[in-house]
Write a protein that binds this ligand. Structure first.
Ligand code: ATP
Length: 226
């Protein structure tokens, strides 16, 4: 479904990615891992054309994403839950969801079933939501685009434990429904049992890919610092 091969990405003159390889098959959940500053967000920004890759290839189904501007990438079946959530603060919860709606199985009612808190807060301004509720809204907004691949950057970073569990519950449900997912999160305890495969980045390069069961203690020590 998604094939990223040897991408190199720069911020001005400064190179952040030196050769990232990553793939997601249909129905798979792939965890993109690595310590802080290793290039996870930059990889996601490259896929979405927000910080375009200068070299390498990014193919999504039949599309060559490097040839498309960011607004077109958002229309070809990729849904992004960005780091920092980026909800529209002055729109209501409902408006935040409707603004990205595209035809498909995900509707307002289904997002509200997945996240009942959003139904309770339907008419509130997004700016009045807690961080965890904003994260639910960001996930709901991405689902409203009916993406074939959902991409989550820092799915539960900085959220209260109760809310994190709600969000992991929703992610597990999405996985069970067959949603293809690429996810970044630091919580290995929640991530590893649900991921089908992991890809680890170090200093802007893919250094390891494999199934979670193969991620032994020495690999964790070496690349994840835990
Ligand atoms: P984190 O877990 O902290 O979010 P990350 O793995 O997502 O880290 P990136 O944010 O992709 O890592 O950063 C990769 C490299 O690119 C780092 O060296 C970082 O300092 C650099 N970088 C990120 N954003 C910018 C920017 N806007 N301008 C210049 N350099 C940047």
């Amino acid at each position: 479904m998604l094939n990223v091969t040897a991408i190199e990405t720069f911020y001005g003159p400064s190179q952040a990615l030196f050769g990232v390889d990553l793939s997601v098959q249909t129905g798979e959940m792939v965890a993109l891992m690595g310590r802080n500053g290793m290039g996870k967000t930059t990889t996601i920004r490259s896929i979405f054309g927000l910080t375009p890759a200068r070299r390498g290839s990014i193919e999504f189904e039949t599309q060559d994403l490097r040839r498309l501007p960011a607004y077109r990438i958002a229309q070809v079946g990729l849904g992004l839950v960005p780091e920092g959530r980026r909800c529209f603060p002055n729109l209501s919860v409902r408006e935040n969801l409707l603004v990205t709606a595209c035809p498909g199985p995900w509707s307002l009612a289904q997002v509200e079933t997945l996240f009942p808190r959003l139904a309770e807060r339907r008419n509130q301004m997004a700016s009045t939501l807690s961080g965890g509720e904003q994260q639910m809204l960001a996930i709901g907004r991405a689902l409203m685009t009916n993406p074939r691949l959902l991409v989550l950057d820092e799915a539960t970073e900085g959220l209260a434990p109760v809310i994190r569990q709600e969000i992991w519950g929703a992610i597990r449900e999405l996985k069970a429904q067959g949603q293809s997912i690429l996810i970044v999160d630091k919580s290995l305890a929640e991530l590893l049992p649900v991921a089908d495969r992991c890809t680890i980045l170090e200093k802007g390069r893919t250094v390891w890919s494999g199934i979670p069961e193969a991620l032994d203690e020495s690999l964790r020590d070496r690349y994840l610092g835990v």
